[in-house]
Design a protein around this ligand. Structure first.
Ligand code: IPE
Ligand code: IPE
Ligand code: MG
Ligand code: MG
Length: 274
């Protein structure tokens, strides 16, 4: 079984259906969004990082599943009519196209909350590490991370956007959770403090590159939405994404352990068509 297969099995086990409950459709909706055409990059980043510090994959699987729940919540909310108003996600209709908008909103709330329950209940992880995981994740997805990034994204227009604001948006709405995945793996592996600091820089580089590629892949679909292409040409956008990939690779070499599997995943994150 590949790591991705193990992760799919873990997610399926954790996100059970509950047809016996009057709110059983909450679990059905969560499964609809989680089990679809998804790359699972963030959980893979966490697992591969942890593995580099000799953490068995079984230990990393539950925190990895938690990160995927958080990511899926962010996508469900991002697609809502009051946000990006996108009708398709992960190769099928967005959740609010299949269920009431209120139900999609609450499914996102459930996945976000469930993620922290999963971390608190992970086995084989010390309480100290669980608190560190919760601290990192909540910081990265909160006001000074993903949520703040989404607010900034909605605040600016193509006319008011400049490069510094765009970098702030991309770092916070996207790179922050990617950083948390790397930091999460490092926390599980008792990585030295110097490595944890480096992972912040690495996550910001690869996350910015990743979101720039997302903007390139969305060309023609953006409508009123802002993206890197609101202020720079496609060629420049690709160039900056590649520069950030190179910088991330270089920083990986400064860590206390070799990280060949992370290097490979970084390549796939930038050189992708989906
Ligand atoms: C999409 O993320 C949203 C962004 C932050 C760019 P992914 O491209 O990782 O989406 P999935 O998880 O594979 O669907
Ligand atoms: C998604 O950013 C960021 C989060 C969900 C936090 P975008 O809105 O640019 O990504 P897509 O294109 O909808 O996947
Ligand atoms: Mg958005
Ligand atoms: Mg969007």
């Amino acid at each position: 079984m590949t790591i991705k297969d193990l992760l799919e099995a873990k997610l399926s086990y954790l996100l059970k259906e509950h047809p016996e409950l009057p709110y059983g459709h909450l679990f059905t909706a969560a499964r609809y969004s989680v089990f679809s055409e998804a790359k699972r990059l963030r959980p893979l980043l966490l697992i591969l990082t942890a593995e580099s510090y000799d953490v068995p994959v079984e230990i990393a699987l539950q925190p990895a599943a938690a990160i995927e729940c958080i990511h899926t919540y962010s996508l469900i909310h991002d697609d809502l009519p009051c946000m990006d108003d996108d009708d398709f996600r992960r190769g099928k209709p967005s959740l609010h196209k299949v269920y009431e908008e209120s139900h999609a909103l609450l499914t996102g709330d459930y996945l976000l909350t469930f993620a922290f329950e999963l971390i608190a209940n992970s086995s084989g992880i010390s309480d100290t590490k669980k608190v560190a995981l919760i601290r990192t994740l909540s910081k990265r997805i909160g006001a000074h991370g993903m949520v703040g990034g989404q607010v900034t994204d909605l605040t600016f227009t193509k006319q008011t956007l400049n490069w510094d604001t765009l970098a702030l948006i991309h770092h916070s709405k996207t790179a922050a959770l990617i950083t948390a995945a790397l930091e999460g793996g490092a926390i599980l592996g008792d990585a030295p403090t110097a490595d944890l600091k480096l992972f912040e820089e690495i996550g910001m580089c690869i996350g910015l590159g990743f979101q720039l590629v997302d903007d390139l892949l969305d060309v023609g679909k953006e409508g009123e939405k802002i993206s890197a292409l609101s202020i720079i040409a496609e060629e420049k956008c690709r160039e900056i994404a590649l520069e950030n990939l190179e910088k991330a690779h270089e920083l990986l070499f400064s860590l206390s352990r070799p990280m060949p599997s992370l290097s490979d995943l970084f390549e796939k994150m930038i050189h992708r068509s989906l």
